[in-house]
Ligand binder design. Structure first.
Ligand code: GRF
Length: 222
């Protein structure tokens, strides 16, 4: 099997990264994680990645204040190419990427967001969902486009919101769903089963071929 080479971009603790590394240990997983890059030198994810035997790199965005966002993105792109990536996966990567970077990696760049998009783009999703009194929350994996948390959706998982929830308890429930969704979505993209097409109205849509029933009834990829 020709396993697609994946580089993961992180900014924080890296629990989604860990879920992806563990899933990719299965010999039939269609992707291999080849490296992890952080934009902050002290991201906890870096130690975990190194402990898993992966190549790591840091492109510190603070050193690009003068040079600007595109210079940062070009440096990031350079490190990704050193690792010879086929696909780039954002896992808690807290920088908005420039249109240049997003176009360079178009349809080879995916993100996870802790809400049922298109609701609650941006930060503080769980606080906002609780303030609105919604009954379902969840997470979404999508191909990245230039606007924040925007792009054709690959899969979603919904979780219940309990009346006793705090932002932290809801975040924990959603995070556990993220760990299940992200490996499944990456496998669908890496195997070529999920790809972006346009519907008759010209809107981008992710289609699955073959369209198999979901592995887990709570993960909707289809
Ligand atoms: C996750 O909730 C992810 O959806 C969001 O940032 C968080 C990252 O958590 N984009 P982790 O670093 O993967 O633990």
């Amino acid at each position: 099997m020709n396993r697609r080479r994946v580089v993961i971009l992180v900014s924080g603790r890296g629990s989604n990264m860990t879920a992806l590394i563990e899933a990719a240990r299965a010999p039939d997983f269609p992707a291999q994680i080849v490296g992890v890059i952080a934009n902050v030198p002290d991201a906890g994810a870096l130690e975990k990645a190194a402990a898993a035997g992966l190549a790591t790199a840091v492109v510190d965005h603070r050193t690009y204040k003068e040079a600007g966002r595109q210079a940062f993105d070009r440096a990031l792109d350079g490190e990704i190419r050193v690792m010879r990536a086929d696909l780039v996966v954002l896992a808690g990567f807290m920088r908005l990427l420039t249109p240049w970077f997003v176009d360079t990696w178009r349809d080879r760049l995916i993100n996870i967001h802790p809400s049922l998009l298109p609701s609650y783009k941006g930060l503080h999703t769980h606080e906002r969902a609780l303030a609105d009194g919604v009954k379902l929350a969840g997470c979404t994996v999508h191909f990245v486009r230039a606007d924040m948390d925007d792009g054709p959706m690959i899969g979603q998982v919904a979780v219940p919101v309990l009346s006793s929830d705090t932002p932290d308890s809801l975040a924990a429930r959603v995070l556990a769903a993220e760990w299940r969704l992200y490996p499944a979505a990456l496998a669908a993209v890496a195997s070529g089963r999920a790809r972006v097409t346009r519907d008759p109205e010209g809107r981008e849509r992710v289609v699955f071929d073959p369209a198999e029933p979901p592995v887990d009834p709570l993960i909707w990829l289809g």
